[in-house]
Design a protein around this ligand. Structure first.
Ligand code: IVH
Length: 675
């Protein structure tokens, strides 16, 4: 998700976020047409959760943070699941998978006795309840406790048995899927009818099942594979059959008349699981439907029962996901964007392509060296992926698709914004072009946007758009100008009503006493991030002291090498920058500084590291730790004082134990730092 355009007062932002999340919930759950990736959606939810934690009094009673993950829709009758439907824990590499095995063996105190393996089918989870041989209820997963009644629709899916010879009550779970071919045909006919297209098989399957008219479901090419007998204990008891392994339960389902996926397999060792993963990854593109990994379950029910469920995720099963898939598209053009430090970045304009469920049309090409290394040209067919599922990037060029008409990417020698000759810096990641002109309009706008942004001076109501407008109208040229804006000047801005104007003026006034570290960060000194800004604030305590700073004395600070020290000293030595700082002070900016370490907080001087998923937003946890005097570190060593672990901790936990570092749960951490 891009930075929010309008940073209204937190309360307004909270309202807007709640609305936005609800809209995406509807798109995802009701219209099966998501426009955000999971990561982008999660970012919205995290932001709202963070604000609600800060301002609980403004949280809506029916806030979407309270029911994230698919509240049942209004359209279908609710169905309470006889047993909750859980989610799967996930791992993303062989290393993580082996760590998962190790943890489970440790929990059990002995080697695992065998694994039931299956494909992770990318469709819609469905629960089917049979009584006296008839399908009584079919429900979607919903929030795991309550789903939607889609019985009439599932009855029309060809691979769902509606009658069983077996009179036993069965609670069967499985995945409803649409085949790739089915999706293509469906989209072709939707295109002819000028209806919106489905982004992927999962959305198409969900859309086809969540239909008010079951005949529509019947017309769609859907498959259902059963993967779990949820009431196996009950069935075993009533029938006297041995269902003490996952495999025996699947056999039972097959005999009862369900379709099982032909890739299901039972193996004995972790090595065989790894081999299965590789086999599935290689076979993935030949499958007629989409999968996004494999599911590994401990086969023995005794082991499943012993390990149990933690936080809605069984500890006896895990999804091992495939790495993100690359897609091919055409690089149509390249633009050059000037950032706040003057760095000129090439941005590729792509023929829009769908990547993990969202459309992508722009991609950063980083720098000249990256482009040379990958030999990227305009007109090339490129393979793009979303790294870490958020930022799209070009993996490689498909040289086989070249026609000879591709054009090399020409780097400007002059700044696209101000025309100044560009300088060439050799950075760690290659050659970077930089506009050296202090008055460059693009740089000015970008640095002013940075100045007002959330992690800097945090002026609510001054988003990118407003800052651009203020600069265009000549009302703001330097940071200090924000603080002398008059009400009548603000009236010139678009969509500026009286209420917004008052809020904005109040937010600007409030920003005058932001903390010193925020002000230092807001100045936009090259290589000075939030952490370095804090170190500088700690050492100097006042902005006036920084005006006298010398590079050599900065080298004492842990965070700073020669390059950063040089940038800091040069910035404060520059005549115009000094004038900028003085103008801020003259405008009434009074940065405050209270060193949390000196303040003797409960974590004063302690080196703290977080790992795993915390219940509170990570950013909030870090702020709390720092407010308690902690120094945040990014990797674990014998010098680390505390490792705070959330759900699904990775290798850091193991390392902490090996190094004898104290490990805290989130609750212990909260207890330690106090209210
Ligand atoms: S087993 C504890 N098996 O993955 C067992 N789930 O995060 C829970 N899924 O929404 C489910 N293929 O729809 C299981 N072979 C498979 C699966 C599978 C896909 C989905 C399922 C659920 C999600 C769990």
């Amino acid at each position: 998700m891009k930075a929010p355009k309008h940073e209204n007062a937190p309360r307004a932002r909270m309202g807007a976020l709640a609305e936005e999340i609800r809209r995406h919930n509807r798109l995802y759950h009701e219209q099966d047409a998501p426009v955000l990736t999971d990561a982008e959606y999660d970012a919205l939810v995290d932001e709202l959760r963070g604000l609600e934690a800060k301002h609980p009094e403004w949280a809506q009673d029916d806030s979407p943070t309270k029911a994230v993950g698919g509240a049942p829709s209004q359209t279908f009758a609710p169905v309470r699941h006889p047993h909750p439907m859980y989610s799967l824990d996930k791992v993303q590499s062989e290393e993580e998978f082996r760590e998962w095995i190790e943890r489970r063996e440790k929990d059990l105190g002995r080697p695992l006795s065998g694994f039931a393996l299956m494909l992770k089918l990318d469709g819609l989870a469905v629960e089917l309840v049979y009584e006296a041989g008839a399908l009584r209820v079919a429900a979607t997963r919903g929030d795991g406790e309550t789903g939607e009644d889609v019985t009439a629709n599932l009855k029309r899916v060809k691979t769902v048995p509606t009658r069983l010879k077996n009179a036993q009550r069965l609670v069967v779970r499985g995945e409803a899927l649409m085949t790739l071919e089915g999706l293509e045909a469906l989209n072709a006919s939707r295109e002819r009818a000028e209806e919106p297209l489905f982004a992927n098989c999962r959305n198409a399957a969900a859309g086809s099942i969540r239909q008010l008219d079951p005949s529509v479901t019947a017309s769609r090419p859907l498959l259902f594979f059963a993967y779990q007998l949820a009431n196996a204990g009950e069935v075993a008891e009533k029938t006297g059959r041995d269902l003490s392994t996952h495999e025996s339960q699947l056999d039972y389902l097959r005999e009862a008349g369900f379709y099982l996926n032909p890739w299901n397999r039972r193996v004995e060792s972790a090595e065989e699981v790894v081999a299965y993963y590789r086999e599935c990854e290689a076979g993935r593109s030949d499958l007629p439907y989409e999968i996004d990994g494999i599911v590994v379950k401990l086969d023995a029910v005794s082991e499943q029962e012993f390990l149990g469920v933690v936080g809605r995720r069984p500890r006896w099963a895990v999804a091992w996901k495939f790495p993100p898939q690359a897609e091919s598209t055409v690089l149509e053009e390249v633009h050059f964007q000037v950032g706040r430090t003057g760095a000129v970045t090439p941005v590729g304009v792509l023929k829009p392509v769908r990547l993990s469920g969202a459309m992508v049309s722009r991609v950063t090409l980083h720098n000249e060296s990256e482009i040379e290394r990958k030999d990227i040209r305009i007109g090339d067919t490129v393979r793009v992926i979303r790294s870490g599922d958020v930022i799209p990037k070009v993996l490689s060029v498909d040289a086989g698709k070249r026609t000879g008409r591709e054009k090399p990417i020409r780097f400007p020698t002059e700044c696209p914004s101000c025309g100044a000759p560009l300088a060439r810096d050799r950075g760690e990641e290659g050659v970077i072009l930089r506009c050296p002109e202090a008055r460059c309009p693009a740089k000015t706008v970008e640095s002013l946007i940075h100045f007002t942004s959330k992690s800097a001076m945090d002026i609510d109501g001054l988003g990118q758009e407003q800052v651009r407008e203020l600069v265009e109208k000549g009302l703001v040229r330097a940071p200090a100008d924000f603080f002398s804006l008059k009400p009548e000047q603000l009236n010139e801005l678009e969509r500026m009503g009286e209420k917004r104007r008052e809020n904005l003026l109040a937010a600007i006034a409030a920003a005058k006493d932001r903390s010193l570290d925020r002000l230092i960060f807001a100045l936009g000194i090259r290589s000075v991030g939030e952490k370095t800004a804090r170190a500088l604030a700690r050492k100097y305590g006042a902005i006036e002291a920084l005006l006298e700073v010398k590079a050599a004395e900065l080298l004492d600070l842990d965070e700073m090498g020669e390059t950063v020290s040089g940038h800091v000293a040069a910035w404060f030595a520059d005549r115009e920058n000094r004038a900028r700082v003085r103008a801020l002070l003259d405008a009434g900016v009074r940065p405050t500084w209270k060193d949390p370490v000196a303040a003797g907080g409960p974590l004063a001087g302690k080196k703290v590291l977080f790992t795993g998923t915390l219940a509170m937003p990570r950013r909030l946890a870090k702020e709390k730790a720092e407010a308690a005097g902690a120094e945040l570190v990014s990797s674990i060593s014998a010098h680390t004082d505390y490792l705070v672990v959330g759900e699904d901790p990775g290798s850091k936990l193991k390392k902490a134990k090996a190094l004898g570092v104290a490990v805290l749960t989130e609750a212990e951490f909260v207890a330690l730092i106090g209210p």
